[in-house]
Design a protein around this ligand. Sequence first.
Ligand code: FAQ
Length: 314
Amino acid sequence: MENIATTPKDEQRLAKFEEWVQSGEAIEPRDWMPEAYRKHLIRQISQHAHSEVIGMQPEGNWVTRAPSLRAKQILLAKIQDEGGHGLYLYSAAETLGITRDEMIEQLHAGKAKYSNIFNYPTLNWADIGAIGWLVDGAAIVNQVSLQRTSFAPYSRAMVRICKEESFHQRQGYEIMAKMMAGTEAQREMAQDAMNRWWWPSLMMFGPHDGDSPHSADAFRWKIKRQTNDELRQKFIDKTVPQAELIGLTVPDPDMKWNEEKQSYDHGRINWEEFYRVINGHGPCNKQRMDHHKKVHADGAWVREAAEAYRAKMK
Ligand code: FAQ
């Protein structure tokens, strides 16, 4: 951990800060906080915001090909929600003294990450079901835990976001259940989507606890309340019975119920793939970033117009 207390006054403030956090109290933007806590949160919240916004791309790919008007309306509403989540999260990060422009520059320069999961392609309609059910399902497990994170604006954003994510998860499961009750070809599409999205969804929770460099600080400051592995296990235990209920097979031959632990054992996660993807070499990283840069540049006139309007109203 970074050495954060330099002067006796800093040490006093740090001790008070840590006592406050340990007692379960929330930190507001105007409260004193150690620089390392502020940086840790900017990293995590901005990456979370970028994930929400980049996550609109794989789903956007299916808006014009949704199989019914109802499906199209639901998908449009969901994508719009994800954009909104990005905005709450950028705003929460801005309270820590960084601007949205700076966060976007970091994303474009490859200095800020976004979730591994959005670097995979959406090849068929069942992928939209798999994203809602598995990806939003994984996101909810993580975000429910983050509702109790120590930084108040992040915690408040999580409360609101979780309500919307529950609807996203259910609409995804509905797509999968419908397809599994459909024709042989539809069942094959659903299973194919399950096979491709299952493992990357498990990777969303981050590296195993012993390999997670940020976890020690995150726990010390109650940014994280549960470990990456605890949350991953929770997701698995919740999701495997849902898959079985509609006839989907989890693509893991080592997945089995452990009576003693009262949870599922699972096979090895391909961490080589995870690091390749989060370091920019997944199947769609280039496409996602090129698209984000292009639409950001295309939208420059909107930002200029908003700025001109603001100046005029002063
Ligand atoms: N992807 O030491 P740790 C959604 C990086 S929202 C990419 O364990 P930490 C909604 C990590 O940043 C999904 N990178 O890190 C939706 C660090 O690299 P760095 C997003 C990852 O922060 C649905 C390094 O590995 N949710 O899906 C990932 O303690 C559908 C070491 O890792 C959030 O962001 C990953 N999966 O724990 C939208 C939740 N995992 O920064 C559209 C908030 C790890 O040093 C459609 N974030 N890395 O360069 C968190 O809870 C945490 O940041 C973790 C990682 C748990 C993701």
